[in-house]
Design a protein around this ligand. Sequence first.
Ligand code: PLP
Length: 385
Amino acid sequence: MLSKRILQLKPSATLSLDAKVKQLQEAGMSIINLTVGEPDFETPAPIKKAGIKAIKEGFTHYTPAAGIKELRQAIAEKFLKENKIFYQPSEIIIGIGAKQMLYSVFQVLCQKGDEVLIPIPTWSTYVEQVKLAGAKPVFIPLKPPFKLTAGDLEKHILEKTKVILINTPSNPTGAIIEKTELEKIANLAVKKNIFIISDEVYEKMVYGKKHYSIAAFDENIKRLTITINSFSKTYAMTGWRIGYAAGPKKVIDAMAVLSSQVTSGTSSISQKAAVAAIGLHQTYIKNMIKEFKKRRDFIYSAFSKIKGISLTEPEGAFYAFLDIKELLSKTYLSSNDWVEVLFEKTKVAAVPGEAFYAPGYVRLSYAVSFKEIKEAVKRIKEFVK
Ligand code: PLP
């Protein structure tokens, strides 16, 4: 009855795990949920206020499918100021989170016969979306510390390679691609005429390192790059569903046509709230990073001391990616099993590496309170013993 395309589609492991945990929590079970990919902070008050104002003023109708001018202009200014990329508002499209923008860009660029290079471990959404577009995902396996280099990509480039997907800082590893390697990747893409989709949703969550946007290097790479970003993580706005893409006008226009037939654009109210988010005082961002860094330092130091577990220091995002292979050989067959028993015995919920094409690993989110992180570390320590 259902189409082959849909029958082959894998559900988002992180979203379904998170939903399962939330259901158990609602039923009264006390769980430490480290599966979540969203900040535990409240959406800042000025953003909420702008949303309420939009409702009160009746700004509650369809907007242009590519988003309101005011927000596209504000994002263009943000790109210039923070990422050193000059985009016209017409080179920017707003959508239902970065996720829809990624779906849209794969639909617009890829078809049967094309290959997309995806560094592994990866967020599984890319893989499913590439397949939905009829193209073939080609995995680029990375070893700890999971930092992509141009050399890793070069040997996989063929005539059919259409896109290279980069995600820096990375979900799930927290790794940041070094600037020198980003430059080499840019040169490679230009030389071979391959598009880059650069997912930068964790750009603000960097601890002691600087974030670089590949499209900023020069005009040649800019004309091949689609930069993806979101309000979800930076402004704790996951539920507002605002993401955006910026790139060559031809690609953005095609994405707008797709939106016009599939979504009619995203929420008018959320778009007004997003304008307020861009205008938010920088102290909000500074405080958020300070808090995440404190948690990152604690979690890295605590797990580094647990025998059988190893990890590289996450440079960005809000995930710790634990190598538990040593523990598997002794007791459990897979990280899937390990995570399941961990949950049964300790009520700490985590995501197994299988969800990121990385068996033998476990992803813990530290976008939860410091108190919960401390308690989770204590329980995992006991469990491993
Ligand atoms: N890109 C990465 C790497 C993510 O981890 C996520 C969310 O988990 C997204 C994109 C999607 O974010 P949004 O809420 O904007 O759809």
